[in-house]
Every structure is written in structure tokens, then in C-alpha cells.
Design a protein. Sequence first.
Length: 289
Amino acid sequence: MLHDFLIAPFTEFAFMRRALAGSIALAIAGPPLGVFLILRRLALTGDAVGHAILPGAALGYLASGLSLGPMTIGGLVAGLIVAVGSGVVARTTILREDASLAAFYLISLALGVTIVSLRGSNIDLLHVLFGSVLALDDATLILLAAIASVTLAALAALYRPLVLETVDAGFLASVSRSGGVVQIAFLALVVLNLVGGFQALGTLLAVGMMMLPAASAMLITDDMTLMLAAAAAQGMLAGYAGLVISFHAGLPSGPLIILVAGIHYLLALIFGPAGGLLRRLKPGRHLEA
């Protein structure tokens, strides 16, 4: 019974195995980046960049249809333009960074939907917005695996300066000039992973895989290393559970994966030992914060 429900879908159907492999690749790298985004108070950046890739991907779609290469390149270029452009606007005008990101986010979403609508059908628009995790091919799986590998290697190399800049950017600036390089590299990794997530989950759901497990992990533990591991683990669990439920219920896989991640977040919000509501309500010991 349990085997038929939990394992049989992946042993019997190749498209389910591909979807699971793609979900795991997204979960290994994306949620740890989400942890740093939240700690650096840049959660809106992830959301804005996630939608900013839409016009570039839409232009790639307009030129070559649902082709992996042009849509990926277009999404990367558009995401980097918005990530850098919003920072420039915030530093050269009276607008704060959250305001410039919100403006870029709205413009990008409207422009991308309009571009797709010029040529495609409603089905193509739904594919771009919500992805097709059950239709991943070999090329897309290789892309997702490559993005995950590059991200993990880069995080390992940048871990110390990235943590230092997140905790105390002033101290890092006083002992090293690597702060600017770390910031650019980090934003590039965020864009890269959102482009990968776009291929599987679409532009509207890719951010969810990055941010929801990260938010949950921060409520579960306050240890940085464990937080990154917990975020990745929750992302993988959400991918697996969402696929199993969608297979048996006949519902779209992408939204269900994000809904499972959302349920994890709500549970952590209530029961999380590091910052859940119940912990906040529980009286602390004398002189305990």
C-alpha cells in the first residue's frame, strides 16, 4: 500500500523520475540562497528578479518558441539587468531599493506577459508562468544539475566572506575589499537559480521554491550551517511530496510543490523551536531571552 502510493509513481514512470531529479536539483541550491536573501533583508530582491527574468525569457520564446537555450539566455540577461539596475536607481535617486525593485517587478511582469501573448496561446502563457515540471527533458535536467553544481561550489568558495558581509558588512569592508565582488557573485547566483527554477516551475513559482524553505529553516534553527541544510532538505521534501500528491490527485505539480513548502512554513511558524509562535508564547527561564 505505502509502496504503491509513495514509490511506485517513480519506479513506473520516467517522467516522474525526471521531475523528482529536477526538483532535487532546484532544492539543493535555491533554498540556501534564500536563507542569505532573508538574512540580508533582500527577500523582495528574489521576488523581483524572479519576475524580471520573464521579459527576457519571453523574447527568447518569441524568437525560437519554447527553446531552452534562447529562453535561458534571455532570462539571465533580463535578471541581471534588473538586479543591477535596481541597485543603481537606489543609489542615484531618492527612491529606496524596495521601491525601485517593486517598479521593476511590475514592469517586468506586465512586459513579459504581453510579449508572450503576442505570439503564443494561453497554454504557452501558462507554461511560462507556471512551468512544466512533469515535462523536463534531458537538456533541462542537465541545465538544472549544472546550475546546482555551480551554485554549491560557489557557496563553498564564498561562504566565509558571504556570512561576514551578511552579519557585519562594515567589518568585512575594514579587513577586505571583497565585499563588492561577493555581492555581485551572490546576485548572479540568485539570477542563475531563478532561471533554472523558471524552466521547471515557471516564473511565478520559482521564487517560492527558493524562499519558503528558507523562511521555514530560519524558524527551526538559529545555527547558520544547520539553517542552510534544513532549507535544502525542506525544499527536497516539498518537491517529493508535491509530486506524489499531484500524481494521485491529478492536480498540477508545480503549484502543489509550492503549497507543500507553504505548509512546512506554516508549521514552522507555529512550532519552530528557533522562532515559532509557541516558543514566543512560552515563558522563558529567569534571565533567558
